[in-house]
Design a protein around this ligand. Structure first.
Ligand SMILES: Nc1ncnc2c1ncn2[C@@H]1O[C@H](COP(=O)(O)OP(=O)(O)O)[C@@H](O)[C@H]1O
Ligand SMILES: [Mg+2]
Length: 294
């Protein structure tokens, strides 16, 4: 049996705390800007992709802050895509929903004839800056309808995703009624609450104050779960860029070549010379707009 206990950090007594994603399938990650949400989500993806095979675990990553934070994760075979815009995100959530429905139908059929059920991979829909999906931010009616559909799918996954193993990890600054309907919020039982801006935000996330009083250390959070009596203060791990590079670089296909066209950038050592320096250049150079040297 695969264990789904994920280490999520350490307490002040140096004890490692685990979150069991099998028992608590959905979670929310909240806190003010700069509190460490994105780093924590990046750690979760890295840790889980290193520990589980793509047959055991799949990710759909929705990063509504333009996908920059998760770009390297596209090379993990577990990751089905990094979706950066609202329409892309809605589409991805719909696909996760459809997968869930297909699994449910198959299980129902198999159970009816007393056949063995397959062990499905765990499909995690991981969302960063989920607030951006809110129907409240819609520009047009069409846009609003699309966002509402996404909320509908998410709420369905949150309610019945446990058995078919479709899970949600939802990151946002503050999951208020606008950004996360109460019906979904209640189902995201695992709570990772980083420092909030004020008492009210803490109450929205944890149902009590306290997260606004956390020390201002990035990665410090309160962990709440139906399986623990009291919230636990934890310092989250994070994956330094160097380590991430070492882990992911071997996964990049060798025919991947990406470079910015040479004439569109100026590297530091090619900076346009200052007026004083130009005078001492042997061959004077013409500087075009944007400082390109010809
Ligand atoms: N667990 C951590 N340990 C050390 N530094 C961290 C940790 N988490 C975050 N940081 C630092 O804090 C900065 C902001 O974190 P980030 O995850 O981007 O915040 P948020 O997504 O909540 O706005 C990061 O760039 C990183 O330097
Ligand atoms: Mg962030």
């Amino acid at each position: 049996m695969t264990s789904w206990s994920i280490p999520i950090g350490k307490t002040r007594y140096n004890q490692t705390v685990y979150h069991n994603i099998n028992k608590i399938p959905h979670a929310k990650v909240a806190g003010a800007t700069g509190s460490g949400k994105t780093e924590f989500l990046r750690y979760l993806v890295t840790y889980m992709c290193m520990r589980y095979s793509p047959k055991q675990l799949e990710f759909i990553i929705i990063d509504l802050k333009n996908g920059v934070s998760f770009a390297p994760f596209q090379w993990f075979p577990h990751v089905h895509g990094i979706f950066k815009t609202v329409p892309e995100a809605v589409d991805a959530i719909k696909k996760a929903y459809e997968t869930m429905v297909e699994r449910l139908i198959e299980v129902e059929r198999l159970r009816a004839v007393f056949r063995r059920e397959p062990v499905y991979s765990r499909l995690i829909v991981l969302i960063d800056e989920g607030g951006e999906l809110s129907p409240a931010f819609a520009v047009t009616d069409e846009d609003k309808a699309m966002r509402r559909t996404a909320m509908h799918y998410l709420s369905s996954i949150a309610r019945i995703g446990r058995e078919p193993r479709v899970n949600i990890i939802y990151g946002t600054q503050r999951p208020d009624a606008d950004t996360l309907p109460v019906a979904i919020r209640g189902q995201l039982e695992g709570v990772f609450c980083f420092r909030t801006e004020n008492e009210l935000d803490s109450k929205i996330v944890l149902r009590h104050e306290g997260a606004e009083k956390l020390r201002w250390i990035p990665g410090r959070f309160l962990y709440k779960s139906p399986l623990v009596k009291h919230d636990i203060e934890i310092q989250s791990p994070y994956v330094p860029q160097k380590v991430l590079k070492r882990l992911i670089e071997p996964l990049i296909p060798s025919d991947t070549f990406y470079d910015i066209p040479r004439d569109e950038v100026r590297f530091r050592d090619e900076q346009v010379q200052e007026a004083g320096d130009v005078a001492c250049l042997e061959t004077p150079m013409k500087t075009k707009r944007w400082g390109r040297i010809s």
